[in-house]
Write a protein that binds this ligand. Structure first.
Ligand code: CA
Length: 425
């Protein structure tokens, strides 16, 4: 498949400068939504640190041979564009790759080039999609095992259903925001183990969750299910995702219906949707699924992706400290199994839905994807570069997730997913 996508050609170079270790070589070409200060929204892509205005490109006629409605490039989000589906989006990515490759002269001396290309610091990167429904899975076996050990039975950490289905819950879409957000520490009910009654106040156990999420490009009708081995056709790409969680609120409220106010006060996504096409060279095998899964979940081939993930905490006016280095390949359930499971009962999916992976932990302690695990329930403080320590996030901490896939030829990255924690309101 790699060879069938011209935009994936690792030898291709762009006439736009790409700094060393950039997440955005010409082989990436993610989609985002941007605007100049107080300006109109436009669909965008990026090479190096240069943002490409797709609306201008389309208005000048450079995207005429694509079967994409030009109105898709000047919306407040990418929903309409994504809804054109995988084949047309693939043509768009190939077209951009062609226009900006070194050999192509058609744009390099164009008089309107300064309206097509913008520097990253000239624009605001906006929420790329308006999210309809949001699902959060729980698909990392190392994470689920750690949580089971801490809160239930160390010798029986996984619940009986866990290896038979990608467990998940329906979350809240309204509070999912784009990188750069400032999020107030949530207030709520908590109850200490030794307290007789619950109390109310700011969360004392504010945590990040290192996750990714996928974005779809084709809808289904109510009653329709997606075949696990065709699920890829419904997914355009991925973003980084920080599912901020108040552990103390979560612990008291979650029985019996699951996560609620401990999870929905703010979650953050990275602004660029990186296509599965661009990530194609990084496909890999996941954990062996044992016991064998039911037929509707049986995926043929490499359903995982080798994507390096890391989390840093930056205290106010201090250097950042990397606290976790994990990898997307540690997912036990892959995205295609998740989507097949989501729809097996006939639940319909819509453009703009977001499906999050669940916290992605690896087997080693430095690969754990939350402070809950890294500090092992707050018992093992994590040292920071500035001499302070953390067991959970403090006020004015900035939490930064990064992610990239890299081989000897190319690096396909996501940029950053950042948020700053403000004191409780
Ligand atoms: Ca989560």
């Amino acid at each position: 498949m790699n060879n069938q996508i011209p935009a994936n050609n690792p030898a291709r170079k762009s006439w736009i400068h790409v700094p060393a270790d950039s997440d955005f070589p010409i082989q990436n070409l993610p989609l985002g939504c941007a605007r100049k200060v107080n300006g109109d929204y436009f669909a965008a892509s990026i090479i190096g640190n240069t943002v490409i205005n797709l609306e201008t490109l389309a208005a000048l006629g450079f995207l005429n041979d694509l079967d994409i409605d030009k109105k898709a490039y000047n919306q407040q989000n990418l929903n309409f564009l994504l809804g054109h589906g995988k084949q047309k989006l693939r043509h768009l990515r190939n077209k951009l790759s062609d226009l900006f490759s070194l050999e192509n002269q058609s744009l390099q001396e164009h008089p309107s080039l300064d309206r097509i290309l913008l520097q990253l610091n000239e624009v605001e990167l906006c929420m790329p999609i308006t999210i309809g429904d949001y699902t959060d899975f729980y698909s990392s076996i190392d994470h689920a095992t750690n949580v089971g050990k801490m809160f239930r039975d160390p010798s029986n950490a996984l619940l009986p259903n866990w290896k038979h289905m990608p467990v998940g819950y329906h979350g809240r879409a309204s509070s999912i925001v784009v990188s750069g957000a400032q999020i107030h520490r949530p207030k709520g009910q908590t109850k200490a183990d030794d307290a007789a009654m619950p109390s109310f106040g700011p969360s004392k156990q504010l945590d990040f969750e290192l996750e990714t999420a996928f974005v779809i490009c084709a809808e289904t009708q109510l009653g329709q299910s997606i075949d696990v081995n065709n699920a890829e056709e419904f997914i355009w790409g991925m973003v980084l995702f920080n599912d901020l969680s108040a552990r103390d609120i979560q612990k008291w409220e979650y029985v019996p219906l699951g996560p609620f106010l401990g999870k929905n006060f703010g979650s953050v996504i990275s602004p660029w949707i990186v296509s599965l096409d661009a990530l194609q060279p990084f496909r890999t095998n996941g954990y062996t699924q044992e016991p064998e899964v039911l037929p509707y979940l049986k995926y043929e081939g490499n359903g995982n992706y080798d994507i390096h993930l890391e989390v840093s905490i930056q205290p106010e006016n201090a250097p950042e400290t990397t606290v976790s280095k994990s990898n997307f390949k540690y997912m036990y359930w892959n995205m295609f199994q998740q989507l097949a499971h989501q729809t097996i009962n006939g639940c319909n999916i819509r453009i703009g839905d977001l499906y999050a992976s669940g916290t992605i932990s690896g087997p080693q302690p430095h690969e754990f994807g939350s402070m809950l695990e890294l500090s092992w329930k707050g018992t093992q403080p994590i040292p920071m570069q500035d001499g302070s320590t953390r067991v959970f996030l403090k006020d004015l901490d900035t939490c930064i997730i990064r992610g990239y896939a890299q081989n000897q030829n190319i690096r396909i990255g996501f940029g950053t997913c950042e948020c700053k924690i403000l004191p409780a309101n």
